[in-house]
Each structure stands twice: as structure tokens, then as C-alpha cells.
Design a protein around this ligand. Structure first.
Ligand code: B1M
Length: 217
């Protein structure tokens, strides 16, 4: 029986070579691709996030862990492409204007993709105009905004305001997240919801799209 904890531990250690070896072993052991990602790779990265919060890990280590996680995900991704990758709805995701943090945002995007959504990841430092252009171009149903700095949180409000200005606010659900974000802030700026981590973001997106379908009926 393959032990996914060892894969998670290799992510925590930032050992991309070992992650590749263990991911290939997990694939050979016929472990479901989504289980490898969620319980092994993202499981390890979640621990990294928690350790950061208590200053038990530092920037270079987080970056190495993120790189190691991505090395594993690259091996598993092709296995998802044919079967489980249906499109439950298009999500446009990015880190807001002025903010260069992308590890958490990429995790959220990855989890959504693995859960069957088409994800357009715009990257970091994205202006309200760029977000809205991508929503229009791709018929996006969900706008997912990430911010890690207290100074850039306000760009989330500017993005929502721009959605209103351009007349698309009622066509898109806005979800927000990142270390300084809270449900209270989400309510204040008129977002549709806040998620504290990648798994919660997947649940929130599913709920918002289901609610939207019910209203449309
Ligand atoms: Co920066 N940084 N950083 N940094 N950095 C923080 C955020 C900080 C808290 C560190 C500290 O001082 N203790 C602090 C912010 C303080 C504040 O605003 N209150 C800070 C600062 C100040 C800065 C700079 C200004 C430093 C400087 O230059 N003086 C600078 C800003 C650059 C800029 O953005 N313009 C800066 C730069 C950097 C690096 C480039 C070195 C690097 C980022 C590299 C990269 O992302 N490629 C970096 C890092 C790594 C961090 C910390 C250490 C780790 C962030 C991280 O990746 N965590 C961070 C300290 C910390 O958070 N404790 C810090 C792991 C990741 C898995 O968690 O991103 O929280 P997180 O994502 C979680 C959830 O938040 C949630 O799900 C994820 C998975 O569970 N989530 C969402 C995230 N987005 C979501 C979206 C959703 C839903 C959930 O829906 C859409």
C-alpha cells in the first residue's frame, strides 16, 4: 500500500526529485490522480502554509515546496486531461493589481481545475480591466481574486466596482481569498463569498454555481 504521507513530506522538504519519484510510484500503484494531488501534493503544501503562519518556515523554503508540488502535479495532470476534466464552468483567477504572491492562488486554481472547472489563470498583478476582459472573452462564470497584502486587498473592491461599471456584475460570481481576507471584508466590498483555503474555495464555487442554476430555473 502506497503511503501518501511520504509524498506530502517530500513537498514539505522541497525535494522535487523525491516528489517525482514518489508521484510516479503512486501512479504505478494505481492511486487515483485526484487523491495523489489532494492528499499527497496539496496536503503537503497545506502544512507548509500553516508552518509559515507560525514562522516555522521561511520564504525560500516555501518557494522550494511550491516548486516540488508543481513537479508532482505536472506528472499527474495528463492523467486527468481525458476523463475527469469536464468543464463545470469557467473560472477566471488571478492575484490582484500590485500583488505578486501566487503560491496560494495557483493552489486554488489547481484544485478547481482538478475538480472539473475550466480555469483561466491570469497570473499576478492583474488590473480590474484585465480581469473583466478575460471574463468577457471566456464567458467566465466565476471571478476568483487572491490578495496577500493588506495594501492590495482594496484592489478587490476596485475590481468589483469595475464589474458594476461595465454591467457584468450580475453575470459573474466573485469569490475572494488570501491570508488577510475574511468573510467580514468580503461582505464589506460586496463579493459573493470568501474561502479560507483551496478546498473551501472549491466548495464555495460549487455552491455559488448551484445557487445560480436554481435562480435561473
Ligand atoms: Co510576501 N508578504 N511580500 N512574499 N509573503 C506576506 C504575505 C507577509 C504576511 C509576510 C510577513 O510580513 N509576515 C507580508 C504581508 C504583510 C501585510 O500586508 N499585512 C508580505 C510582504 C510585506 C511582502 C513584501 C511587501 C515584502 C517586501 O518586499 N518588503 C513583498 C510584496 C511584493 C508584492 O506582492 N508586490 C513580498 C514578496 C514576497 C515574495 C516574492 C518573496 C514571496 C512570494 C512568492 C510567490 O508567491 N511566488 C513572498 C512570500 C512567499 C510570502 C509568505 C512568506 C508566504 C505566502 C505563501 O505563499 N503562503 C507570506 C507570509 C504568510 O503568509 N505567512 C508573505 C503559502 C500559501 C499556500 O498560502 O498564499 O495564504 P496563501 O494561500 C492560501 C490561502 O490564503 C487561500 O488558499 C491558499 C491555500 O490554502 N487563498 C485563497 C489564497 N488565495 C485565495 C483565493 C481564493 C480562495 C482562497 O479565492 C479566489
Amino acid at each position: 500500500m502506497f503511503d501518501l504521507t511520504s509524498l506530502g513530506n517530500s513537498v514539505i522538504e522541497g525535494d522535487d526529485e523525491q516528489v517525482r519519484v514518489l508521484t510516479n510510484q503512486a501512479i504505478s500503484a494505481n492511486i487515483e490522480p485526484l487523491v495523489i494531488i489532494n492528499e499527497g501534493l496539496i496536503g503537503g503544501m497545506n502544512v507548509v502554509g500553516q508552518r509559515f503562519k507560525v514562522n516555522d518556515m521561511f520564504v525560500p523554503e516555501v518557494l522550494m515546496s511550491a516548486r516540488a508540488m508543481n513537479a508532482g502535479i505536472e506528472l499527474v495532470k495528463p492523467l486527468l486531461a481525458g476523463g475527469e476534466m469536464t468543464n463545470k464552468g469557467t473560472v477566471v483567477i488571478g492575484t490582484v493589481k500590485g500583488d505578486l504572491h501566487d503560491i496560494g492562488k495557483s493552489l486554488v486554481g489547481m484544485m478547481l481545475e482538478c475538480s472539473g472547472y475550466k480555469v483561466i489563470d491570469l497570473g499576478v498583478d492583474i488590473s480590474p480591466e484585465e480581469f473583466i476582459a478575460a471574463i468577457k472573452e471566456n464567458d467566465g462564470k466565476i471571478l476568483a481574486l487572491s490578495a496577500l497584502l493588506t495594501t492590495t486587498m482594496l484592489a478587490m473592491k476596485s475590481t468589483i466596482d469595475e464589474c458594476l461599471e461595465q454591467g457584468i456584475r450580475d453575470k459573474v460570481k466573485v469569490v475572494i481569498g488570501g491570508a488577510p481576507i475574511s468573510q467580514e471584508f468580503s461582505d464589506q466590498i460586496g463579493a459573493d463569498g470568501y474561502a479560507g483555503d483551496a478546498a473551501a474555495a472549491v466548495e464555495l464555487v460549487a455552491k455559488l454555481l448551484l445557487d445560480a442554476t436554481m435562480v435561473a430555473r
